[in-house]
Write a protein of this length. Sequence first.
Length: 318
Amino acid sequence: MKINRNKAINAFIKLSCLFVFSCFLLSCNSKKKYLDSTLDIMEEHALYSNKIDWDKIKEDSYKQLTHANNIEDVHAIIKESFRYLKDDGHSFLMSVNKHKAMGTSESSIPVIKSELLNDNIGYIKIPGFVGTPKMAHDFAKELQEGIKILDRSSLKGWIVDLSENTGGNMWPMILGISPILEDGTYGYFLDSKENIVPWSCKDGQVYIGDNSLLKLEDPYIVQNENKKIAVITGKRTASSGEATLVSFIGKKDTKLFGLATAGFTTGNQSFILRDGAQLYLTTTVFVDRNKKSYGNDIKPDIATFKPIEDAMVWIMNQ
């Protein structure tokens, strides 16, 4: 049978074009499904979801989607939608590669400063922390070791410096400082549906609700729990640093010294997206042990530019 060469070429071109067009449609559908599923998560769980115009968000996002060539472009659209969330700007998106790197890279833990002031005041400076589970355990352990070294019967009180704690993982911070806080419930997460979940420490473990998140063997117990506690705050006290601060608010003989905090007093919940990227969405506000809710900056009891000096005077005035 004789085949017309030109007709064969034309047929091949048509089939190729159809294949490319089909792939293009599949790609567009895939990108839209990815975007839709992410926006659905945000609409269901965002802290102020009932105050947000989701139709407007979707309309704007779909317009941008026509120019998206790859998953990174879709990620950019999702990040752009965060500006509609009416929260404190705490939500963020983390790519698969960055998330994997964070979960596997081992490095030294941040330096925890501990020293004795005036021979009778224990000073602990807690930095922000991000790291692997092993690093989180080591961070909490080192923090308790610093408390143990300073603790003595002649101690008048404690200064806990959170002024440069920019956040990260709150659990090793709270477990590490728990000997000063004593066991108990320190605060709560409150969501838009009025669900409230406590965070607490007991017997060397830190909990969210009934779930233990981190544990230390042989946790330290201070010699005298009835000591004054001064907590130093500042503009760089943020996120998990503020959660650690909230853990002290309402405790007997405790005062805050310094400046107002950064104002990220909200909790993020992580959601795994279709490509493995992580959406960290603001879903809760912090609530202290006396059931006062936040969602904005925390102002100190004593506003001062010399917080350590003023804290020392307050502790010694017994």
